[in-house]
Design a protein around this ligand. Structure first.
Ligand code: MN
Length: 746
């Protein structure tokens, strides 16, 4: 990942800049956009002069960055001159003395608006504070509604920053890589920018897990010859048929990205060799007449299934119902010559273009009313809906949006045949809230394909669904468990919050009346004492519980507040320090020495069990894991695995509190849990235990076995020094006859 130190004479630099710009122009001139070189030329000269003398962290002249962004915008996203100009100018307002008005005077309103949008969301989506984070993210999404080109150019900006990330200091790298994986890659996915999404994921992965990345790259290369041989045998008879059909086509094996291979290995706890769907076969055929596309796809399907056995559950028809991001193709899975399932993706050239380049490609092919566009609009509308009702909790808000970005879809039908797209795992309740907040809050059950189901019932694609409501139904907080749509969650929380507010007000009024009757002054001191006595979290909670009849208004409530009514008993029993006083607890941070986040922090521990760090209780890292340290409010280093969801959040929101860490090699032993499954046979457990304790001399701490109908499951905790030992141990346990899987679990 290291770059050469940058050295160039001013003349060489000019030549490099001119060459980069010429490449940009040549690419643009060979596209099928209208040729508006003059304005691009003007934008280039304006930006070059504005950034004159400024350098990037790598030492390069700054202008190379906007040129690179413009090149991505033009050649990888496929946008035209307006976007190219905006990309060239995207950092001018942010970094120089020029204003948006200057840009408008020189380049007109449209370009100025886009540059303005880009300036507003610069400096990262996430700020130092969680609330600023949500606010900036909100801005980004809002600009998307104004002009989607802002987000597309931002995407190109991020891609170039990721490609040149090696010149950043490590803690910045974590922050940027984390943020990219957290929000930009899903956003690229949602916008249908598949190639960019894949590259962003792979780049983030490479910075977060350099060793795993290198290993997988190597393994892909090492297995190439074998893969080609198998694919050759698989594809030859298909090619024969396609030739006979008279098609012009490309037929290739496409290896999955390093990141998705790694994700699969982690999720299924399998080594590289066991990832059977390492590649997909893709047929892209030329088809000048759009109306013929669907028929040709199904003809190819029929030819292939004549040759190979079809996996009946894995036919994906995204031609009749395209994905919300516009993706269209026919995917099938058939049994290959080596006995492994092979996915075959069948698409026309047009579909392929859209799949790789997303909505930008749509514009290229747009003829009249495109229905994909209206689907994008539906999605933008959902985002807008959420934005109109922002959650007070910024993290919740981000999660809600993210849910919406990641989801893959199912399609269901209303009784009137209306088609509604929902994320996978959506429930009857999700559908109800999607239709209308009123329907959601009064939903009691559903009828799926004419059968009565509870409101928590998960829908499947193709279901016909009727929502049943009742006016007496009241929404409940537990419902959130049944919701996966951002819209449903937001709407439910809103209704609950509204209902809660009514109860809180009622409680507030009741308490005031009661205190007046009792002759107790209504002031903060009284309230604080009641709150402490009742051990509730605050005023709001107190009023809510009173309003809900969960705290009774009796003399008991005033113990220690109204002395004359207090019996001897109460005096003795009352805890003088009852309840925690929150305001005192806050703000008392220990004055320990500050941790320098610019240095690598060494994680050490002594045999006595004390260590200079705490482990994240979400992911339980052990020495050897790729980890990152987070300096909390008490100046303690909390260690998380790099891919732990909490760490992802910390990385993207508190970049400046992160510290790069290294395990001290003399570290203490750690507890790791291993899960083993297999076929039960006499003596198998003795063999496993013997292997662990005698052969490998590993200390076992816990063993839990269950056997059922000839299968056994076994969970064991072992004390080890680092991850390699666990990996090794799992490998060896797997070799015991009868054992099916053995893997580390969290
Ligand atoms: Mn930039």
């Amino acid at each position: 990942m290291n770059q050469q130190p940058y050295t160039a004479t001013p003349e060489q630099e000019d030549a490099i800049i001119n060459q980069a710009y010429q490449d940009l122009l040549n690419g643009y001139l060979s596209s099928n956009h209208r040729k508006k070189v003059e304005i691009i030329d003007k934008a280039f000269r304006f930006a070059r002069d504005a950034h004159q003398g400024i350098r990037r962290r790598s030492g390069e002249p700054y202008i190379l960055h906007p040129i690179a962004v413009a090149t991505i915008v033009s050649q990888e996203i496929g946008l035209g001159s307006t976007s190219i100009c905006a990309a060239l100018l995207h950092d001018v307002v942010e970094d120089t003395d020029y204003t948006v008005e200057d840009i408008e005077a020189q380049f007109g309103k449209k370009i100025a608006q886009i540059v303005d949008g880009l300036t507003k969301i610069s400096g990262g989506i996430f700020g130092e504070q969680a609330s600023a984070q949500a606010e900036n993210f909100r801005k980004l999404l809002l600009t998307m509604g104004d002009d989607i080109r802002v987000v597309l150019i931002k995407m190109a900006d991020r891609l170039h920053n990721m490609r040149t990330l090696s010149s950043m200091p490590p803690n910045k790298q974590y922050k940027i890589a984390g943020e990219t994986l957290y929000i930009y890659a899903p956003l690229a996915h949602r916008l249908g920018l598949f190639a960019i999404k894949t590259e962003l994921e792979d780049l983030s992965f490479r910075y977060e897990h350099p060793e795993a990345y290198a290993r997988i790259k190597e393994q892909i290369a090492a297995s190439e010859a074998h893969r080609n041989e198998i694919f050759g045998r698989f594809s030859a008879p298909i090619r024969e048929r396609l030739d006979r059909m008279g098609l012009t086509y490309e037929f290739q094996a496409r290896v999955k990205s390093c990141y998705s291979i790694w994700k699969k290995m982690e999720k299924k706890h399998i080594p590289f060799e066991e990832v059977y769907d390492l590649y997909a076969a893709r047929i892209v055929f030329e088809c000048p007449v759009e109306a013929d596309e669907k028929r040709i796809c199904w003809n190819i399907y029929s030819e292939i299934t004549d040759l190979y056995r079809l996996h009946p559950d894995r036919v994906r028809d995204w031609i009749s119902t395209p994905k919300v991001n516009g993706y269209r193709a026919l995917h099938i899975t058939v049994m290959g010559p080596d006995g492994n399932w092979v996915e075959v993706q069948i698409r026309s050239r047009r579909m392929d273009d859209i799949a790789e380049r997303g909505f930008a490609a749509h514009w290229k092919y747009k003829i009249g009313e495109g229905e994909e566009e209206s689907e994008l609009e539906v999605w933008l509308q959902t985002i807008e809906d959420i934005l109109k009702n922002p959650e007070p909790n910024a993290i919740d808000f981000l999660d809600t949006i993210k849910l919406n970005l990641f989801a893959s879809e199912i399609v269901v039908f209303t009784p009137r045949g209306e088609m509604i797209t929902l994320p996978v795992d959506a429930s009857v309740l999700d559908l109800a809230f999607t239709l209308h907040t009123e329907i959601g809050t009064h939903c009691i059950a559903g009828k799926v394909n004419h059968k009565l189901v509870p409101l928590s019932h998960k829908l499947s694609s193709g279901d016909q669904v009727e929502v049943l409501t009742s006016q007496s139904q009241q929404p409940k907080p537990e419902w959130e468990k049944f919701l996966v749509t951002a819209k449903g969650k937001t709407r439910l929380r809103q209704v609950l919050k509204h209902n809660r507010r009514i109860v809180v007000e009622r409680g507030d009024n009741r308490l005031r009346t009661f205190l007046t009757e009792q002759g107790v002054p209504i002031n903060n001191e009284t309230l604080t004492r009641i709150i402490n006595n009742e051990r509730v979290s605050g005023k709001d909670e107190l009023f809510f519980l009173i309003g809900n009849d969960e705290i009774a208004l009796s003399e008991q409530l005033l113990k220690g507040i109204k002395p004359q009514s207090q019996g001897l008993f109460n005096k003795i029993l009352r805890n003088p320090f009852g309840g925690k006083n929150r305001t005192e607890a806050e703000g008392t941070t220990s004055p320990a020495e500050a941790i320098d986040t610019k240095k690598v922090y060494v994680l050490t521990s002594t045999d006595g069990g004390t260590s200079n760090y705490t482990l994240g209780d979400c992911c339980h890292p052990i020495p050897g894991d790729d980890v990152v340290g987070y300096v909390n409010e008490n100046n303690e280093v909390v260690v998380h695995k790099l891919d732990c969801p909490t760490a992802m959040l910390l990385k993207s929101s508190y970049g400046s509190r992160l510290v790069q860490t290294r395990w001290d090699t003399k570290s203490q032993k750690f507890l790791a849990s291993i899960h083993v499954e297999g076929i039960d046979r006499m003596g198998i457990l003795q063999e496993i235990i013997y292997l662990i304790s005698t052969n490998m001399a590993i200390n076992m701490r816990r063993l839990n076995i269950s056997a059922d109908e000839g299968l056994f499951k076994c969970d064991l905790d072992v004390l080890i020094e680092d991850t390699h030992v666990v990996t090794n141990l799992c490998k060896r346990i797997k070799k015991v006859p009868g054992v099916n899987t053995a893997s580390r679990i969290n």
